[in-house]
Ligand binder design. Structure first.
Ligand code: DCC
Length: 240
């Protein structure tokens, strides 16, 4: 059990079937589900509109939901807690890691989902599997401020990493970011909505090369451009 927990805690970045995290309990006051147990939990998908979403975000969300109707696009659900059924790849990979204390397990959150609604990262990602690309609609809340009035560069990096990771994600395979390069071209206004267009550029063995741009809703402003390299974990290898 400890070994599994260890692997799980190291797997916040792990992608399984393009889903982020796992279902959370109906309230945080309830006992957290045991790691990797089959206990029933109530799912709360965070990649759905909530009252903090701006008109722009809701409008774009509706447009992409329409695109999902013919099956060419899919909305990726997203949860606060980590994956309950993790890939065997990274169970093996991080077998020797030291576990986080049991008492802290219920506090573990997916970084980009760790804030109250509207205060941090509000986002939803849509994926087009045939075209190997994703679109992330992102609204950076007031707790993400860096330079006054603008989103912190680290927060932008985090959402870019997430968007690229889900673009590169291979169902059932664990991947990690090996390299992330970002050009910050314009500051992103706090509480505004931006669109992150990502694509898988190349697949070379275990290496997945992806790129993205971060644009304003009207596509007139390019805020950032980035490239990323993700590596599929080798089940035969151990990390430590
Ligand atoms: C459930 C919740 C969901 C949540 C979902 C939400 C999404 C969140 C996404 C967050 C993602 C993260 O932040 S992940 C956290 C940040 N990343 C990390 O901590 C990764 C730390 N790095 C590592 O553990 C390791 O370096 C790995 C796993 C990346 C790679 O190690 P490895 O498996 O041993 O691979 P290795 O043999 O070294 O390299 C394989 C090939 O890749 C090349 N390669 C490796 N690194 C690089 C590099 N930086 N730049 C260029 N090339 C590289 C090698 O030359 C080689 O090429 P060739 O010889 O084959 O040609």
């Amino acid at each position: 059990m400890l070994r599994s927990c260890t692997a799980g805690l190291r797997s916040l970045w792990a992608l399984r079937g393009g889903r982020e995290g796992v279902p959370r309990p109906s309230t945080d006051l309830q006992p957290a589900p045991r790691l990797f147990s089959a206990e029933k939990v109530i799912h709360t998908d965070c990649a759905l509109p909530n009252p903090s979403w701006s008109k722009d975000l809701k409008l774009l969300f509706d447009q992409f939901m329409k695109k999902c109707e013919d099956g060419s696009w899919e909305r990726l659900p997203s949860y606060r807690h980590r994956c309950a059924q993790i890939s065997e790849d990274f169970k093996n990979y991080f077998l020797e890691q030291k576990p986080v204390k049991e008492g802290r397990l219920s506090q573990v959150r997916l970084f980009t989902r760790g804030f109250e609604d509207g205060l941090g990262f509000e986002y939803v990602i849509f994926k087009n599997n045939d075209e190997k690309r994703t679109v992330c609609l992102f609204q950076g809340g007031p707790y993400l401020q860096g330079v006054p009035g603008f989103v912190h560069g680290g927060a932008i990096a985090a959402i870019i990493d997430t968007a690229l990771a889900l673009c590169a994600a291979v169902p059932g395979k664990a991947i990690m970011t090996a390299n992330l390069n970002i050009n910050f071209k314009r500051p992103v206004p706090l509480c505004s909505v931006v669109v992150i267009n990502s694509q898988l550029d190349k697949l070379e063995g275990r290496k997945l090369f992806v790129s993205c741009n971060v644009q304003s809703v009207d596509e007139k402003t390019v805020y950032s451009e980035a490239t990323g390299l993700f590596i599929k974990l080798d089940p035969e290898k151990k990390s430590f």
